[in-house]
Design a protein. Sequence first.
Length: 165
Amino acid sequence: MAYFLSRISTVVVGFVMLGAASATAAPASVTGSTALAVAAVIAQYSPLPSAYEKRTIAGLFAGNQKSGGASKQKLTITADTVMCRISNVDITARRCELTFKKASRSIKGREANEVYATLASAGIVAEGAAGSMIQTVTKLSCTLDPAAIRDNAGAGADCALQTDQ
């Protein structure tokens, strides 16, 4: 009987280790108001081609229907990696590392909390590790269509991303 229980324990431990080793990035998508929020909080740190695009995105997120004027051009916000860490031990510690194709940015405090909370509202689940809650998103790509957003039909904002699962 002890031999049988030992074999079962070995098999169970093997499956658990296999499950932990097979964690992969899972594709996800976000649309509508949540996608607009994700795009807006990331765009302010992104090296977008123009300050005009950043102002347009910020204006749309602030509810300014005139942002972007008569522009028919869609706006794209991308980030290679967004990793936020908030401590549940040192309750003052909040930090996010944002990596883009040509630059990276480190933010902390209120700004990091804003990114962390916005990702949480998009369904990104934080993983716990040694007193920290960590969210990681890779291959973030958001597309905003100012004309569709101004139509007030709930469309015009879409984000695709990958999360650790």
